[in-house]
Design a protein around this ligand. Structure first.
Ligand SMILES: C[S@@+](CC[C@H](N)C(=O)[O-])C[C@H]1O[C@@H](n2cnc3c(N)ncnc32)[C@H](O)[C@@H]1O
Length: 311
């Protein structure tokens, strides 16, 4: 059963939020209050909150007292195979416990692939004989970490990795015959990835696309502001992508026009935060769009990703 509790463990009416690297300040602001903090892990009583600046959320946490590492490993294994160690203290002891558990997949993933169906748990040691863990987590990857086998020759930037990650999470991707708009496309990492899936791409940017990307089959480049592209002047889109650097409300207003027009079916947009700011109000507006979600991808920096796909 997903989210089961090991025998002898004590379930907690709480969730554990694992902050995205370097984003703990934003997570603290989102949670408002919490019961304890261990490094990047925040334990908060009450129902699971839709926190965004996380790499993972432990949704059914428990406390397990144990007399030996062997006993702790057996208790975890009795629930499920996969447990990701997440040391916040007792680093050596946590590693020793991890060695007694089945190994986790460590090879970089080859895109495209479907998220693994097996549940991925997580645990940390609070002291020598006390473990905080959860069999159920929001991410199917250990501690939310997803590494791709990278292409060091084809793409002109490494931004394609966040597009790949978003498409893996969306469980859907463009294919041959699909028409995509790539807003803020230059130098062309996302366009490269989309063309690689066989989709046709209209790439729009104020800056030029790298010429060899503009020359890929199915790619058309238009120089200028993506925000001047109006739905009524465009053929219907299967996918609207945006990685434009802009204030979040500017992106929201433009996306809203496309939503209202019904002329775009699926969306993946980066919400770029300015400076140290977190524009929570606009992020909430994105998240409130039915059938959509806002996440911090493993490959996101100081930005979030809004994903809306048609079922
Ligand atoms: C992070 S980069 C995009 C990287 C790209 N996704 C890739 O994979 O290579 C952001 C881009 O937004 C573009 N940009 C900024 N304002 C824009 C606007 N109003 N319309 C179109 N592009 C814009 C910039 O020129 C820049 O190329």
């Amino acid at each position: 059963m997903i989210g089961a509790i090991p025998p002898g463990a004590r379930p907690l009416e709480a969730a554990v939020y694992h902050a995205a690297p370097g984003m703990t300040r934003h997570l603290l602001a989102e949670l408002g209050e919490w019961d304890r903090q261990d490094g990047d892990l925040l334990l908060r009583s009450g129902p699971v909150l839709p926190a965004r600046w996380v790499r993972n959320i432990w949704t059914r946490p428990f406390l397990l007292e144990f007399a030996s590492l062997g006993e702790a490993a057996a208790a975890l294994r009795s629930v499920q195979r996969n447990w990701a160690p997440c040391p916040a203290r007792l680093f050596r002891r946590t590693a020793l416990l991890a060695e007694k558990l089945p190994p986790l997949p460590s090879k970089p993933k080859v895109f495209p692939f479907d998220p693994p169906p097996a549940p991925m748990g997580a645990f940390t040691l609070l002291d020598e004989g006390l473990l905080l863990g959860s069999a159920a987590c929001s991410s199917p990857f250990p501690n939310g970490e997803l590494r791709f086998e990278e292409d060091t020759e084809g793409p002109p930037s490494r931004a394609y990795r966040k597009l790949w990650e978003a498409l893996v999470l969306a469980g859907k991707r463009p294919g041959p015959g699909d028409r995509c708009l790539d807003a803020g496309a230059s130098p062309g990492g996302w366009t490269w990835a989309l063309a690689g899936l066989g989709a046709s791409v209209l790439a729009v940017d104020r800056a030029p696309l790298e010429p060899r990307i503009a020359a890929l089959p199915g790619v058309e480049f238009r120089k200028g502001s993506a925000f001047s592209l109006r739905p009524e002047d465009s053929d219907p889109l299967d996918w609207l992508f945006s990685d434009v650097i802009c204030y979040p409300p500017v992106l929201y207003d433009w996306v809203e026009k496309w939503l209202d027009s019904g002329r775009a079916r699926n969306f993946v947009c980066t919400i770029k935060m300015q400076g140290e700011e977190y524009d929570r109000a606009t992020t909430d507006r994105f998240a409130a769009i039915p059938g959509s979600r806002v996440v911090h991808l493993w490959h996101n920096k100081h930005e979030l990703t809004w994903i809306k796909v048609n079922e």
